[in-house]
Design a protein around this ligand. Structure first.
Ligand code: ZN
Length: 668
């Protein structure tokens, strides 16, 4: 009996242990939270209801804020989409990851949140809304690392497509694709990044926001994005995923809307583009409604998300987990003892230098001050002057130099020795980007425009605004409107390479070749290194029958970029047209080494060989060309000519008949 009782007790214990193990396993599983990262492009902090806006644009974000920890003083490290997302996703400063422009690839040795979470067993997906975050379009190369799904997919702009299939997607489209993924995602925890680009210029909200916000379309875009976001949050709730997800919402940067004279963003480092909304909903809504007044940076987002997911952050990450601020009693290190707002936050922008050849800017927000390092540096007392209108630099040299020292110190400690990859972009892709209006990096290495040199962007902001407008018009294929704008700009600022590059593109696109030549000549004189302008100049020269000058340009292009097939073929054509048959053949042969089945090279070489009486050598080229394009009569008529000269009359007659048959067919 005793044994039986003991056995019973023992089995009961087994059951209890088993139940406990199963329960523990279940909670351990549940404790691995999903991570949802929502980045709202170009959204100013002062438009958020949860940050004090009375405009009523963000009811859904405001509701989420009540369940989240809100960071009232969050700052972007760089006011550019690709660069700021690099900081958000790597937890490193721009001076470390070096993605200072949309064409600079993200180094594959950088710590990268999606890859870290993927290695920890997360399924990972990104849904982005702008071509500048599409790695397949040469903009954000390397950003798809660690993502099982990276949904971008922008098409070339051809009728009847419009901006919303080719350049950006509206929030509705992005969210619905993310929801489709939520339905089919694999089991287990997931990392989902949703990027909404609506608030970015042009401000063009869909109905009914278009009419409701007719006088404030930027606000309309934010209200629209907020409403779409509600669908994503509702879907997470409906699938039981809301509770156990970390949901982080932030803007990559703000928008100036004319403040300090800037129309959009990228050039200045004032609050309108650097102060951003940031909130983090913790699993189980822990610390819901908590508001953190300390300054924080977007560089802190990655380590926070990793810590919340229970995944170790690599030591290269430079931001600090914000969980210490959220839960000070559990914090390690010094952050808990810091007084609110004490933490300095660094920001920078290389865009004025990279795009325009002006000086880069750097800024430090420390104590109550904003210090901006520029050719003419600035200092603002943000406590007394929240709009940063009264520059105290001249009267508070002591404070300014203290902050300058802090800035230099922080920068030195956080800068990596990695090189900015230069000119490694496929020139064909570069030419395509130039045609889209994105020529900024083409002038990446403008002479004499190292950091700290060049004009003060404050003195040039109107030029920046105009070039931005031109960029938008070109991107929208509105060349006729861009041309006079750029001509006026050049008359005022004749040493601006970007203006010549943009004008050259517009003139080429509208086939005004004669006018293109002097514009691109000036551009290559100002900035001789990038190959694309030489290539474009050659196109204009060929079109205006200045073939010798085109040959000179194309020779310099193929010297810079030996594997640029279209440049070599164009050079071969120019040689052919000027009766330099041997040179034409040589260029074709170089192309055929890497692309042996390229019809254009075969037929051109065949033409050049026939024209220079090398009939025997022409035969294999032309036969292969005929095989590759069986409906084209030209290889056959050239073959007929070659066979005729070689006295191979039967074959000549046969090829002539082939050519005539195909000509008749194509005439139908
Ligand atoms: Zn952006």
């Amino acid at each position: 009996m005793r044994n039986e009782a003991a056995h019973k007790i023992w089995s009961f214990a087994v059951i209890r242990v088993t139940v406990a193990v199963v329960w523990l396993a279940a909670t351990a599983w549940a404790a691995v939270p999903n991570v949802v990262l929502i980045t709202l492009d170009t959204v100013r902090a002062d438009r958020m209801g949860f940050l004090g806006s009375r405009r009523g644009l963000t009811p859904n974000l405001d509701a989420l804020a009540l369940r989240s920890v809100v960071f009232t003083r969050a700052y972007s490290q760089v006011p550019l989409t690709t660069a700021s997302h690099a900081t958000i996703l790597t937890g490193t400063y721009p001076q470390y990851h070096k993605v200072n422009d949309f064409q600079v690839p993200l180094g594959d040795d950088l710590p990268y949140t999606p890859q870290i979470l993927q290695s920890a067993g997360y399924s990972t997906a990104a849904f982005v809304a702008s071509i500048v975050l599409d790695p397949k379009q040469q903009f954000a190369r390397g950003f798809d690392r660690g993502f099982d799904t990276y949904d971008a997919g922008f098409k070339d702009w051809k009728p009847p497509l419009d901006r919303y299939q080719t350049r950006e997607r509206r929030a509705g489209a992005v969210v619905s694709r993310a929801l489709a993924w939520l339905n089919r995602r694999p089991k287990g925890p997931f990392f989902l990044w949703v990027h909404l680009y609506d608030a970015h210029y042009p401000y063009d909200p869909p109905p009914p926001y278009k009419s409701k916000y007719a006088s404030a379309p930027y606000d309309g875009e934010i209200a629209y994005a907020d409403a779409q976001l509600a669908k994503l949050l509702a879907a997470l709730r409906a699938r039981g995923l809301f509770e156990n997800s970390v949901i982080a919402v932030m803007a990559d940067h703000g928008e100036a809307l004319g403040d300090h004279g800037e129309d959009t963003h990228g050039i200045f480092l004032y609050d309108e583009t650097i102060h951003v909304p940031l909130m983090i909903k913790m699993p189980g809504e822990a610390f819901a409604g908590k508001r953190i007044e300390n300054r924080v940076g977007l560089v802190d987002v990655a380590p926070t998300l990793l810590r919340a997911a229970g995944v170790a952050a690599p030591k290269e990450i430079q931001g600090q987990s914000l969980l210490g601020m959220i839960q000070p009693e559990a914090a390690h290190g010094s952050s808990s003892s810091e007084s609110p707002q004490a933490r300095p936050v660094y920001s920078e922008t290389d865009y004025p230098r990279v795009a325009f050849g002006w000086s880069s800017l750097r800024a430090l927000r420390s104590g109550k001050y904003l210090y901006v390092e520029a050719p003419k540096s600035e200092l603002y007392d943000e406590a007394a002057d929240s709009k940063e209108e009264h520059n105290l630099y001249a009267t508070s040299i002591g404070v300014a130099s203290t902050l300058a020292g802090q800035l230099t110190d922080l920068r030195q400690k956080t800068t990596s020795a990695r090189e900015i990859p230069k000119q490694n972009l496929d020139p064909l892709a570069q030419a395509k980007l130039a045609a889209l209006g994105y020529v900024a990096s083409g002038s990446n290495d403008i002479k004499g425009a190292a950091a700290g040199q060049g004009a003060d962007p404050k003195d040039k902001i109107e030029t920046g605004n105009q070039l931005h407008k031109a960029n938008y018009l070109i991107e929208s294929q509105r060349f006729q409107e861009a041309i006079p704008l750029l001509q006026r700009l050049i008359a005022k600022e004749p040493e601006t390479p970007l203006a010549y590059a943009q004008l050259g593109n517009c003139l080429l696109a509208t086939k005004k070749y004669g006018e293109t030549v002097p514009v691109l000549r000036k551009l290559v004189e100002l900035n001789p290194d990038p190959p694309v302008p030489h290539f474009e100049l050659a196109i204009a020269l060929l079109a205006t029958d200045d073939i010798p000058a085109a040959v000179t340009e194309l020779q310099s292009v193929v010297e810079k970029v030996p594997k640029w097939t279209s440049a070599r073929l164009m050079l071969a054509t120019a040689y052919f047209q000027t009766n330099h048959m041997r040179e034409a053949v040589t260029e074709c042969e170089i192309v055929l080494e890497t692309a042996p089945d390229l019809y254009e090279a075969l037929i051109l070489e065949g033409r050049a060989l026939v024209a220079s009486h090398h009939y025997e050598a022409a035969l294999p080229k032309l036969q292969k060309a005929a095989m590759l394009q069986p409906t084209d009569p030209e290889p056959h008529s050239l073959l007929a000519e070659a066979y005729g000269k070689l006295e191979r009359k039967t074959e000549a007659a046969q090829e002539l008949a082939n050519a005539k048959r195909l000509e008749a067919k194509s005439a139908k």
